[in-house]
Structure formats: structure tokens, C-alpha cells
Design a binder for this molecule. Structure first.
Ligand code: PEP
Ligand code: CO
Length: 450
């Protein structure tokens, strides 16, 4: 049996080999939790997922640009409104900078409201001489290095559902309820950034936008009543790692009869679970949401075409986003042949750049970190590769936060190795902080302009 030949149902993935799934000690308990989740309302609707597919189709044609970003791993205790609000603020700010700079619509997708399960390179780790399972995200086990806490607990899946529901409720309220009104563009600049060079640069853009809005008001446009001016669409996404949960959230659309994974608008397959004959590929091949697939440096052109045919057999524009994560040193060599393969093979895909996961290093002081310059350098390499291959650079996929953390090196603030200890707060990979994210957006806007 293989991923391509197995007849698809929401549960057919069970017949295929699956990497990275937790081993739960109590199968009955897991079953009961999954039954309860399956009886809950969907988090997103099929029509919303179709809307995102259409917007991504525009991205594939170079008519819009995708900004996908958020935490490496969301946590249960970060459930308060502030962190979600701050993350939205920085995504809205980046989107404004990109829209204004590139004069192009920006499709906004958060790594948010469900990004809580992590694949790990090693299943166990040794802490203070005790070997224990690695942390696999709050949806699986606890971060604190205590043996019992690291045993996979199925009730965490139910907590993830409820946590995702409350986060998504906030996202919907913030984006539709006035917070995202263009007339509040200044209010997205947080106090701790406002005085920085990036914050000041942002203020200048915000002032230009004020002038444009005043002009529109002056010629008689009623911008208070136009949804274009006072609401935005922010879609949700996460890595579809925990197939039991994704299966429980998968529902048949009453309108089309198609299956949708209603845990998020967009789901992606990680670099460690993208085996052509594996359960993850098979599961996502059957749901009709827009799908992403990470593409790392070991991918070959032939394998990539098989990925496209498995995940998007009807070659629907916007259905498949390929998320390149090569590392700054490899990208200009390994990406162009892959771009050429999709172009010459006539495969409709969105190409986006994840400049984070190929550039993770351990600093001298022992922190898992990334250099701002490497992140930016990989995006530059991504644009250069598309110029070489004659393809469309469709967007960026970022690990970032709206908080003032010190997790990545460099940027205008010149964060050094010894500064990392100050506010290193991530549960998993290092995130660009608010100022670094804004700085990156200005640089990417310039790349898009030229
Ligand atoms: C991630 O996006 O957090 C991740 C684990 O990425 P990758 O699968 O590309 O390593
Ligand atoms: Co990560």
C-alpha cells in the first residue's frame, strides 16, 4: 500500500507509516478524547478555506504576496489577549509596510490558533543525567523537564482545541471589530518600538496613509463604512503533525461534499514528515484546504514533481504552497533547479521562503538562535533564485512574535550572544522580535520593489 494508491478517507492514513507521532500510553483514553473533539464545532469553515485558496492563486500569478508568520510553538499559558493582540499588531504592521512598499495586496496567514505540535530531531533528551522524551509541543507533553510531564497526554489535544478556539475568536474580533481599521494604523506601533529607527520609519508610512485616507474622505468616500478600510482577513495555519487530531477535525462540506480539515484554514507538512509514501502526505492529499509542504535541501526535482502530483493532482492554482527552507549558504545553488522543475513541468504552485529553519545555530553561550543577517540573506537568495529561474517569489514564512524578546542575533538593535539571556522566552525555536520583524518587512518591501 502507498500514499498514492490507498483510497482516501479521513482515517485511511492509519494504514501508512507515520513519522513523529506521539506514543500514548493509554489507547482508550486517546479514543475517548478524539470522540469528544470530533463532536465539537469546526474552528473554520470550508468557504473560508476556499477563499484562501483563491487568494493564494493570485499569489501564484504574482498578483499578491503571502505573509505567513507567528510562533514556532504556541503554548497554553500564553492564552491571554495581549500576546495574540501583539502578534496581530506586528503582522498588520509588516503587511502595511509590504503593501505600501510593493503596492501589492498582502495575503496574511498566522502560524496561530493551533500551532502547538512539534516534530523533533531526537525523540529523547538527557536533562541533569535523566533521559526523558523530548518536548513535542503543548499539544503533546509539557515543556518543564520532569519525566512524568514529558509523557504524551491525550487530554492535551482537547486543551489545544479549546485554546485554538479562544485564540481564533480573538483573531476574528480584532480583525473584524475595529482594531484593524486603517485609521488606527498608528496604534499598531507599540511603545517599545515607536522610538526605534524601524518604529520611526513605520510612523512615516502611517502618516502617508493618513494623508491618503484624508484625501479619500475629502472627495466624499465614506471610509468609515467600507469594510476594505476597517477590517482585514487574517487566516490561520499550523503544521498538520498530529494526524489523530486533524482527522477528528475533518468534516464533509455540505455544499460541495468535499472533505475539509476544519482545525485551520491552511495546513502544512513539515520537513520531517514529507515522505511520499507516508501518512502525513496521504492525509493532506485528501482534504480540500490550501496545503503547504516544506522543501529542504535534500529535495530533488523528480521528487518535487511527485509531491506536486500527490498533493495537487488537479493542478489547482492556490492549492499547493511550497515552503523553501534551505539555509542561506545553500539556497542559490539548490533552489533554482527545483523552481525550473515546477515551471517546466507546468505545476501551479506558490513558492514561499522560510528563511528560519535552515539557519538555526547554537550560539557560544549555548542558545538556539538565528542571525538576522542570515535570515535576510536567505530571503535575498530566494529572490535571486526566482530571477534566475523566471518564477514568482510568492511570499515569506516567518517565526516571529510581537513581544520584545531577545532570541535572534543582530538587527538594528544589535542583539549579541550575551543579550540572548535577557528575554529568551520561546518554547521551541527562536523568533524575530517586533523590531526585527518590522526591519525585515522594510527590507523585503525593497526587494519586491526592485
Ligand atoms: C517549523 O516550521 O516550525 C518546522 C519545524 O519546520 P521544518 O519542518 O521546516 O523543520
Ligand atoms: Co520552528
Amino acid at each position: 500500500m502507498s500514499a498514492a494508491t490507498t483510497r482516501w478517507t479521513p482515517s485511511s492514513w492509519h494504514d501508512l507509516p507515520a513519522q513523529q507521532l506521539p506514543e500514548y500510553p493509554d489507547a482508550d483514553q486517546l479514543k475517548q478524547v478524539l470522540e469528544r473533539i470530533a463532536a465539537q464545532p469546526p474552528l473554520v469553515f470550508a468557504g473560508e478555506a476556499r477563499d484562501l485558496t483563491e487568494q493564494l492563486a493570485r499569489v501564484s500569478r504574482g498578483e499578491a504576496f503571502l505573509l505567513q508568520g507567528g510562533d514556532c510553538a504556541e503554548t497554553f499559558d500564553a492564552a491571554g489577549a495581549d500576546i495574540t493582540r501583539d502578534k496581530l499588531k506586528v503582522i498588520l504592521q509588516m503587511a502595511i509596510v509590504l503593501t505600501y512598499g510593493a503596492q501589492m495586496p498582502i495575503v496574511k496567514v498566522g502560524r496561530i490558533a493551533g500551532q502547538m505540535a512539534k516534530p523533533r530531531s531526537s525523540p529523547t533528551e538527557v536533562v541533569d543525567g535523566v533521559e526523558m522524551p523530548s518536548y513535542k509541543g503543548d499539544a503533546v507533553n509539557g515543556l518543564a523537564p520532569i519525566l512524568e510531564n514529558r509523557i504524551p497526554d491525550p487530554t492535551r489535544l482537547e486543551r489545544m482545541y479549546h485554546h485554538s478556539a479562544s485564540t481564533l475568536n480573538l483573531v476574528r474580533a480584532f480583525t473584524q471589530g475595529g482594531f484593524a481599521d486603517l485609521q488606527r494604523v498608528h496604534a499598531w506601533n507599540q511603545e517599545f518600538v515607536a522610538g526605534s529607527p524601524q518604529g520611526q520609519r513605520y510612523e512615516q508610512v502611517a502618516q502617508e496613509i493618513d494623508r491618503a485616507l484624508n484625501f479619500m474622505r475629502a472627495i466624499g468616500l465614506d471610509i468609515d463604512r467600507q469594510p476594505t478600510f476597517n477590517t482585514v482577513d487574517v487566516f490561520t495555519s499550523h503544521e498538520a503533525l498530529l494526524l489523530d487530531y486533524e482527522e477528528a477535525m475533518t468534516r464533509q462540506d455540505s455544499l460541495t461534499g468535499d472533505w475539509y480539515d476544519c482545525s485551520a484554514h491552511m495546513l502544512w507538512i513539515g520537513e520531517r514528515t514529507r515522505q511520499l509514501d507516508g501518512a502525513h502526505m496521504h492525509f493532506l492529499s485528501g482534504v480540500h484546504n490550501p496545503i503547504g509542504c516544506k522543501v529542504g535541501p535534500t529535495m530533488t526535482p523528480d521528487e518535487l514533481l511527485e509531491v506536486c502530483d500527490l498533493l495537487n493532482p488537479d493542478n489547482v492554482p492556490g492549492r499547493l504552497t511550497l515552503i523553501s527552507r534551505m539555509g542561506v549558504d545553500a539556497i542559490e545553488e539548490v533552489l533554482p533547479p527545483l523552481l525550473t522543475a515546477t515551471r517546466e513541468g507546468g505545476r501551479n504552485v506558490v513558492w514561499v521562503c522560510d528563511p528560519c529553519h535552515g539557519n538555526t545555530i547554537t550560539s557560544e553561550s549555548g542558545y538556539k538562535t538565528r542571525r538576522f543577517d542570515d535570515v535576510l540573506g536567505e530571503i535575498r537568495g530566494f529572490f535571486a533564485a526566482h530571477t534566475t529561474a523566471g518564477t514568482v517569489p510568492g511570499g515569506v514564512h516567518m517565526e516571529l512574535t510581537g513581544e520584545d524578546v531577545t532570541e535572534c542575533l543582530g538587527g538594528d538593535q544589535n542583539i549579541a550572544d550575551l543579550d540572548l539571556a535577557q528575554r529568551y522566552e520561546t518554547a521551541c525555536d527562536p523568533r524575530l522580535n517586533n523590531a526585527q520583524s518590522l526591519e525585515l518587512a522594510f527590507q523585503v518591501a525593497e526587494m519586491l520593489r526592485s
